[in-house]
Design a protein around this ligand. Structure first.
Ligand code: HEC
Ligand code: HEC
Ligand code: HEC
Ligand code: HEC
Length: 449
């Protein structure tokens, strides 16, 4: 088969993998054999990358030394976890199902192989799926194809949308496992995620990445731009959030829907300043109305605007309806969420590995422009905007812009001291090729006398 053909087959494989109904590893029903079964030195436990092999073969060493996921179980016995467990009356965090579901490969007992250890934390099979049916054969290339491995239960991590579902199952949560407001209030860190940024962060934590996207990788699996993986992750996260609003979690316990689905800083921020100002997307909701977490929806709106004006408008009116419904009742919020989800699904349909690639500059202008106007008044939108801007600036490869990134990151160091005006000013400078020295800004955080 010619190289050209193999490449296009690989690209096709990605698209097809995107439409299979692969179950997440935690629900795949296969026996999870344990990290030890991957770790032999001739398999993935080589001390250094192997020459002449498609894959690095030192993945186990990278994972133990440089991947925070290998410590995910261990953190459940640190003092922070002890405090969380004590405050929630859970006994110990290392035996609590709700903690183990995200901090380990917590499959049912009958699906744990002889060499499986819960203490391995988030291990190979938490992401690559239970190896019961492919462990012994998956490396017999070319007799055993990647498609055959997928068929035998290997999770399609190379598909951006499937990878998004996977990471989000722990980094956002699902209806069955969620780091609730009660867990947050007991001391758990707030979760924030963006697929492309977190993938790069995770891949490059240590001395070397866990996998290398080189010529043979591209040939076998294809590769996509950062802007595509950002966009796909963003739409996936937006839709996951809306589905959580539609699900039982949002019924909440007692008076309130699950507050973990709201914008944390709508309630938690200093009372010494007034940040509120009317934002177009809030549709006239006055000060003092808490709103659902919309940082990813706001970025999806930016994406929609860059792709097509009519989708941009549909996103904006959908967001306005969602926030208006916020002062109404839960059913109204759910109805608005369902309408917004239709727009997001349509956007997903328009994405392809070639789109939004090539429109990075337009996207960047859109996000910077919206930001300079002060629309990222809430910390969570600002955080999402920053991750997007960083990805785009790196993708566009403009050193002048890259030099500014650290200064912008500094304005986001402390969510409780976040100054929207300062952040907007930074984005304004970035959007102007030649910044004016003393730009007057309209947006100010007003101190309370
Ligand atoms: C929905 C998944 C989810 C659940 C449920 C969950 N966690 Fe986490 N936890 C995470 C993720 C993801 C991170 C990493 C957050 C980050 O840094 O972005 C994390 C981080 C932490 C940290 C900070 C780790 C560090 O290195 O400082 C602690 C401590 C922690 N979790 C303890 C717990 C405990 C105890 C429970 C059970 C009460 C729990 N978690 C339940 C997903 C979850
Ligand atoms: C947090 C999730 C996660 C964990 C944990 C994880 N991987 Fe991966 N792995 C991925 C993703 C995502 C990719 C890149 C996408 C792809 O090519 O499938 C990848 C890529 C790989 C590749 C390269 C595939 C190729 O075609 O070049 C190998 C081999 C691999 N992982 C083995 C392992 C082993 C062995 C472990 C445990 C020691 C492990 N992984 C742990 C998510 C994970
Ligand atoms: C089974 C649950 C689970 C899955 C799946 C998962 N993670 Fe994680 N992730 C965690 C937990 C728990 C932590 C915190 C571990 C710690 O503190 O040691 C974490 C930590 C991280 C961190 C470090 C965050 C920080 O603040 O330093 C990154 C980056 C990350 N994950 C990226 C990813 C990516 C990318 C994927 C998908 C390819 C993924 N994760 C899939 C549970 C998961
Ligand atoms: C609708 C308002 C509201 C939203 C939204 C909200 N919280 Fe809270 N939060 C509260 C209230 C009320 C308390 C309880 C304060 C008390 O115990 O006195 C609280 C308590 C907390 C505490 C413990 C503070 C303490 O001093 O005990 C933390 C931490 C926390 N929330 C984090 C978060 C995070 C993270 C989010 C977003 C995922 C969030 N909150 C969203 C209202 C909110």
């Amino acid at each position: 088969m010619s190289k050209m053909n193999r490449t296009s087959l690989a690209a096709l494989g990605i698209l097809l993998a995107g439409v299979t109904s692969a179950e997440l590893p935690e629900n795949d029903g296969y026996v999870h054999m344990g990290v030890a079964t991957c770790a032999a030195s001739q398999c993935h436990g080589s001390a250094v990358p192997r020459e002449g092999s498609n894959v690095l073969q030192n993945e186990y060493v990278t994972w133990t030394q440089d991947d925070p996921h290998s410590l995910a179980y261990e953190v459940l016995s640190n003092s922070r976890s002890k405090g969380i467990a004590a405050r929630l009356g859970l006994g110990s965090a290392i035996t609590a199902k709700i903690c183990l579901d995200c901090h380990a490969d917590n499959v049912p007992l009958q699906q744990r192989g002889e060499r499986f250890h819960l203490s391995d934390g988030v291990g190979c099979e938490s992401c690559h799926g239970g190896a019961e049916n492919w462990l012994a054969t998956h490396y017999n290339q070319p007799t055993v194809t990647h498609a055959a491995n997928l068929e035998a239960g290997l999770y399609p991590t190379e598909s951006v949308s499937k990878r998004g579902d996977l990471c989000l199952s722990c980094h956002l949560g699902t209806k069955d496992k969620f780091a609730t407001h009660r867990i947050m209030a007991a001391g758990h860190p707030r979760l924030a995620f963006e697929l492309d940024t977190f993938t790069e962060l995770w891949r490059t934590f240590g001395r070397q990445p866990h996998y290398r996207i080189d010529a043979d990788y591209r040939e076998r699996k294809g590769s996509v731009s950062h802007s595509y993986s950002w966009a796909a992750g963003l739409l996936a996260e937006s839709r996951h959030r809306l589905s959580l609003i539609d699900g039982p979690l949002f019924d909440g316990e007692g008076m309130f829907p699950e507050l973990g689905l709201y914008d944390c800083h709508a309630c938690h921020r200093s009372m010494k300043t007034v940040q509120w100002r009317p934002l177009p997307r809030h549709g006239g909701a006055g000060p003092g109305v808490p709103f659902v977490h919309d940082g990813t929806l706001v970025m999806s709106m930016a994406l929609a605007r860059a792709l097509s004006p009519s989708d941009g408008e549909a996103m904006e009116s959908g967001l306005v309806a969602l926030h208006r419904a916020g002062s109404d009742n839960i059913d109204a919020i759910r109805e608005a969420a369902a309408i917004l989800d239709v727009v997001l699904a349509r956007l997903q349909g328009q994405l392809s590995p070639r789109n939004p690639s090539g429109h990075e500059m337009r996207l960047l202008r859109e996000i910077l422009g919206t930001g300079a106007e002060g629309n990222y008044i809430d910390y969570i939108s600002a955080e999402q905007a920053f991750m997007a801007v960083q990805m785009l600036v790196i993708e566009i490869d403009d050193p002048r812009l890259e030099d500014q990134l650290d200064r912008i990151a500094d304005t986001l160091n402390n969510d409780e001291r976040y100054r929207p005006a300062q952040f907007a000013a930074m984005l304004a400078t970035l959007s102007e090729p030649e910044p004016e020295p003393d730009t007057e800004l309209e947006i100010e955080d007003e101190p309370i006398e």
